[in-house]
Design a protein around this ligand. Structure first.
Ligand code: FAS
Ligand code: PHB
Length: 389
């Protein structure tokens, strides 16, 4: 097999990259080691920045997003006795959209299978070779068990945190930065109409809680828990009781309902650099992980592949290396900005158990509630900074 760009991983990064390249006349093949059902069932992100919405719409995969997505004009920051609204259009002239990553992935897969480039599910034994030359290749076993070789002009490692691509880049040269947080998120999906018009980020002495949603009938909620928590130790009643306590506000209550999914999610910050080794390029979670408190993970993946698609078009059609040569530095500038913001939101809102920390956190929250410049800084980062930050 031969293609111009071999793409490892059919998450949002790999699928969108293939789509953007296809629209610019560059052919690709996407290799995914899970099944379509598995990929489409993963419950993950929920907030899309405007540039993500614009990119998906311009790429011709935004119709359902425009119909079913929910435009949101702000968030609430809550701490004991206060639920403060940050009005995004007033603060920074931008909004965000609520549309689950599962839906983004389904829309991208549908477009790919409707006449798009090849998308091979259930592959295995993926390995990358000769990335330091101009003819790298991917070896893999197809779903039917036959060994395959994909000859490429370039390879995109969009295979997530546990993929095979980053180790190849790191083996060349590079370094990683990592911070593991002393807490995790217990996340639920519930058949319950959200009891709030905007997301609520709540600081509470018992721990952080986040009130999000997927539709007018489906709520997505999270609780800060210890990293070692076992989901089986959390009955539905215990989850709803903790949510009610942490969101408590006079004259208001959480809407409960049937919990349809629950899981414990680890929290880490992780950055690897560079994002390139020869003709192998990393994008998305393969290169970086942010704690979800800043709603950046999916949006950062989209920003990476927007830059990478333009760089690969310039390399493979115009034979110019300037954009691929600068891709890593340009992508990492935004990665670090989003890594800082995600760390800031996480550190401000999650209980460490230390009362000195608690006073600092409450002081920061009150500052944002009382200071328009402080609120604007949060709003600008949350709604998404320009692509070339
Ligand atoms: P992905 O991990 O989505 O995709 C990588 C793909 O590569 C996967 O399909 C994987 O199966 C495949 N793959 C891996 N190894 C392979 C191999 N060797 N060969 C072939 N294919 C291979 N972000 C938010 O903003 N908000 C959230 O609430 C949020 N919650 C999250 C919860 C969880 C459990 C996780 C893991 C992440 C969460 N994120 C969240 C971040 C998430 O949305 C990511 O940022 C987003 O999925 C990044 O997309 P990709 O880079 O495409 O990586
Ligand atoms: C979600 O809806 O899954 C979500 C929203 C905002 C976040 C994290 C997750 O910061």
């Amino acid at each position: 097999m031969r293609t111009q760009v071999g793409i490892i991983g059919a998450g949002p990064a790999g699928l969108l990259l293939s789509r953007l390249l296809h629209l610019r006349g560059i052919d690709s093949v996407v290799l995914e080691n899970r099944s379509r059902d598995y990929v489409e069932a993963r419950i993950r992100a929920g907030i899309l920045e405007q540039h993500t919405v614009d990119t998906l719409t311009d790429a011709g995969v935004g119709d359902r997003l425009q119909r079913e997505g929910l435009e949101h004009r702000g968030i609430y920051l809550q701490y004991p006795g206060t639920r403060h609204k940050l009005d995004f259009p007033e603060l920074c002239g931008r909004t965000v959209w609520v549309y689950g990553q599962t839906e983004v992935t389904k829309d991208l897969i549908k477009a790919q299978l409707d006449g798009g480039p090849p998308l091979l599910f259930d592959v295995s034994d993926v390995s990358v070779e000769d990335v330091d030359g101009d003819s790298p290749r991917i070896r893999f076993t197809g779903a039917d068990g036959t060994p395959q070789v994909l000859e490429c002009d370039a390879i995109a490692g969009t295979d997530g945190f546990h993929g095979v691509s980053r180790p190849v880049v790191q083996a060349g040269s590079g370094r990683v930065w990592e911070r593991t947080y002393p807490y995790a998120w217990l996340g639920i999906l519930a058949d319950a109409a959200p009891a709030t018009d905007e997301l609520i980020y709540a600081w509470h002495p018992d721990g952080f809680a986040l009130y999000s949603m997927r539709s007018p009938k489906v709520s997505r909620l999270y609780l800060q828990v210890d990293p070692g928590e076992k989901i089986e130790d959390w009955s539905d009643d215990r989850i709803w009781e903790n949510l009610a306590t942490r969101f408590a506000l006079d004259g208001w209550e959480v809407n409960t309902g049937t919990i349809t999914e629950k899981s414990v999610l680890p929290m880490r910050s992780f950055v690897s650099a560079p994002l390139r080794r020869g003709r192998l390029f990393l994008a998305g979670d393969a290169a970086h992980i942010v704690p979800p408190t800043g709603a950046k993970g999916l949006n950062l993946a989209v920003a990476d592949v927007t830059l990478l698609a333009s760089a690969l078009v310039r390399l493979l059609q115009e034979k110019q290396t300037d954009l691929v040569d600068s891709y890593s530095d340009r992508a990492l500038a935004r990665v670090w900005r989003c890594t800082h913001f995600s760390w800031f939101m996480t550190s401000m809102l999650h209980r460490s158990g230390d009362d000195f920390d608690a006073e600092l956190q409450l002081s920061q929250l009150r500052r944002i509630a009382q200071s328009e410049p402080a609120a604007r800084e949060l709003a600008e980062n949350y709604t998404g900074l320009p692509l070339e930050y």
